[in-house]
Design a protein around this ligand. Sequence first.
Ligand SMILES: Nc1ncnc2c1ncn2[C@@H]1O[C@H](COP(=O)(O)OP(=O)(O)OP(=O)(O)O)[C@@H](O)[C@H]1O
Ligand SMILES: [Mg+2]
Length: 330
Amino acid sequence: MNEPVIRVQNLKKFFPITKGFLVKKKVGDVKAVDDVSFEVYKKETFALVGESGCGKTTTARTMLRLIDPTDGKIEIFGKDISHLNREKLLPFRRKMQIVFQNPIGSLNPRMTIGQILIEPLLFHKIVDTKQEAYDKAIELLRMVGLKPYHMDRYPHQFSGGQKQRIAIARALSVDPEIIFLDEPTSALDVSVQAQIINLFMKFQDELNLTYIFISHDLSLVRFISDKVAVMYLGRIVEIGDVDEIFENPIHPYTKALLSASPIPDPKIEKQRKRIILTGSVPSPIARPSGCFFHPRCPFKTEKCEKEYPNMYKVSENHQVSCYLVEKEGV
Ligand SMILES: Nc1ncnc2c1ncn2[C@@H]1O[C@H](COP(=O)(O)OP(=O)(O)OP(=O)(O)O)[C@@H](O)[C@H]1O
Ligand SMILES: [Mg+2]
């Protein structure tokens, strides 16, 4: 049977808020990720979308165990890694890599590209000798479209797009199976974005990679993802197959997000109706009662103010947490 490579169950990550100068007292929590569950299968691209601050990066960082979860399970290849110690985590760390939005901050400015690529190869014992590491580093550079003579250069000597290629080469160096892409192209020029996206797609195909893809660019999400989860204030409000969600969004928040994303065809763009969200995103410290979205929702009822809606199944590959499902009987 085809088992998911990632199974996240009821994941929570709360950041405590403290007050006081000498004696710190906990006065509340930032509920950055609150009861998030999803599964990702091999070679799939699973996208996380939602407004700034909804918890996408925190979900990724918790799954990678860069920060410890407050509660819940993170199963990677069937093994719960949520409580593993550093040593036991090591093989999973190797299998899960991340490419950040800002390639400048993610490459050590004092190391040459050669050193940046060789270090993880030796650390994770992917190769036995320095010579083998050197050869593999050159091969990695070639794979991402760079040249062997780039080995001796420092990160500041590269353009943004080239730096992101180096970050990809470093992520690929340890033969990962899962790669987290946290807005990997949003700091790049549009023409370079396409090249980097093509690289991701090529490697996914050739190396059977599974991607967790975080992006604000919804047309890109539709283009490269298989599944998508829409997050609002730390929770998933709609999840499923990307085509189904883009064609038949149910949650008013998903509808608003999609309608705010530009369509590169002036004829369609002119005709379509935009849903403009009123109000701003409430604070994750003091979230609204009931459905967190109700203060901004044009369809809210009394029930929405009182009780948080369950996840309802719209179809085999589509779930939504909204009472509209009951009303419309979908
Ligand atoms: N280390 C931290 N300490 C306290 N609060 C944090 C910390 N990291 C994140 N948060 C808070 O958690 C919430 C979610 O942040 P997160 O970075 O996950 O959002 P995001 O969806 O990735 O946003 P963006 O699209 O802007 O990258 C925010 O309210 C943020 O302020
Ligand atoms: Mg983020």
